[in-house]
Design a protein around this ligand. Structure first.
Ligand SMILES: C[S@@+](CC[C@H](N)C(=O)[O-])C[C@H]1O[C@@H](n2cnc3c(N)ncnc32)[C@H](O)[C@@H]1O
Length: 232
């Protein structure tokens, strides 16, 4: 391969990952309802593990996996009439729900504590001709997020996989909005989270892995006319 062609290839799929050397990304086609996405992602998320980073805050590169919960959540987003509503996604990882929301013309802020996730999502949005905002935000330091609240809908897929996230999210979610769509594959801490969340939120199970949470004060005041209303 000539230097020129090598250079051209790198410009499309090379990714300067913060925890390792440059990674050659792989392309995956993802279709959610009528939304077709070309997603670049690291071929081997485990290769991104960085022991030093793990020592700091037990960081693992989960962002780089395409988790089934993200697809379930994205499908639900695609079913809804979300145009012009303000969405935030927490722990977006590769951000498929956010990309689908952007394709449906919602105003989207996608967030993660992994800088590589944020960077790659920006790139994937551009690659697919979509407009969204991606920001580096840690649930332990949510001020930048709170400054932008309230949102019409909070999206979260597979974010309850560690015990430490239950308290954090129970505290954070009510401060972000009145409606949450949560996808979860049945992690060990999810039942405990839902039981405690039930004191503040009405929780509707939408499928095996999907929950719609409405804050009780929102149910009492409005009941409809927002992103919590599915359109079929
Ligand atoms: C299991 S992955 C799910 C990723 C994506 N939502 C999906 O379903 O494909 C959990 C995500 O939460 C993010 N995350 C973990 N702890 C976080 C924190 N304290 N603040 C913000 N994001 C966090 C991870 O970086 C990762 O992207």
């Amino acid at each position: 391969m000539s230097r020129l062609s090598r250079g051209r290839r790198r410009s499309i799929t090379a990714f300067a990952c913060s925890t390792t050397d440059v990674v050659e990304l792989t392309e995956t086609a993802v279709t959610i309802a009528d939304v077709r996405l070309s997603l670049l992602r690291p071929p081997d998320p485990e290769a991104l593990i960085d022991e030093e980073r793990f020592e700091v805050d037990e960081f693992l590169p989960y962002w780089a996996e395409l988790w089934p919960s993200a697809l379930a959540l994205a499908k639900e987003v695609a079913r809804r009439d979300v145009g012009r509503l303000r969405f935030v996604e927490l722990g977006c990882g590769l951000g498929v729900p956010s990309l689908v929301a952007a394709a449906r013309r919602a105003e989207v802020l996608a967030t993660d504590w992994a800088e590589d996730a944020v960077e790659l999502l920006r790139r994937n949005a551009e690659r697919n001709g979509l407009t969204l905002e991606a920001a580096l935000i840690d649930w332990r330091d949510p001020e930048p997020l709170l400054a932008r609240a309230p949102f019409d809908l909070v999206l979260a897929a597979d974010v309850l996989y560690e015990r430490r996230y239950v308290d954090l999210l129970l505290e954070l979610l009510p401060r972000l909005g009145r409606s949450v769509l949560l996808a979860d594959p049945g992690r060990p801490f999810t039942d405990g989270f839902l039981e405690r969340a039930g004191k503040e939120w009405s929780i509707e199970r939408l499928g095996n892995t999907l929950y719609a949470l409405e804050r009780y004060d929102a149910v009492a005041v409005s009941g409809s006319g927002d992103a919590s209303t599915a359109t079929g």
